[in-house]
Design a protein around this ligand. Sequence first.
Ligand code: ZN
Ligand code: ZN
Length: 242
Amino acid sequence: MKKHSPRFLLAEAAHSLRLVFFDPRCRRCGNSLVFHDEIIVCRNCVGEVLPVSGPVCLRCGKMLNDSARLCGDCMLRPPVFVRNVSFGLYKGALREFILLYKYAELHPLRRRLGGYLLELFETQLDERFDFIMTVPQDPARHREFDHLLEMAKIVAKKSGIPLLKKNLVKRRKTEPQSRLPLKQRLRNLDGAFELKRPRQVSAKRILLIDDVFTTGTTITRCAELLIRQGAEVTTLTLARSV
Ligand SMILES: [Zn+2]
Ligand SMILES: [Zn+2]
């Protein structure tokens, strides 16, 4: 019989107790969580996450129907960042996991979502980076719980790249971009972000992390501030909605 470490046995025992007393259920579908690796959400729901696959635009990471190297948008107007890569599609399970983590603050989801970012980083990006940074949250939110920073710590720890905090900041609350028409989206973010220590990022290679890539307006605004200092920016995003 395989011998397990005391730590493993303890974890198993804790897991069994959890099942007996709490009857934990998946926060997405309500199924009972019975397996050791099912935390907050069940294996079925995890299996429903749709990864970005097939040919993608080499600049913005958009899924393409053919093997063109660039999407129409990037051909017309190349993005300011070197490249964006996204883990999955912002719908179904992944969208709900992100919302459960960000708004319901179900902290154990950090490991799963941060793990997706790490997997993406390790499989898609072999460049070297000087710093990891995250798109800042609204000032009021930021003080409580910064879900991006928490996930970015997982990538920073494993890769050894320093996580640069409190340099790129948000000065004021803005309307959610997804609710606005394009013209207002651009104006909505005017002067919203600021670099506290611009010289720190001067001529550095930055990996900028965000959760959802929609039109890329938010991450572009942040990237522009860094690029103005001579930095080179690559973006890593959990999900893309287009
Ligand atoms: Zn489920
Ligand atoms: Zn593109």
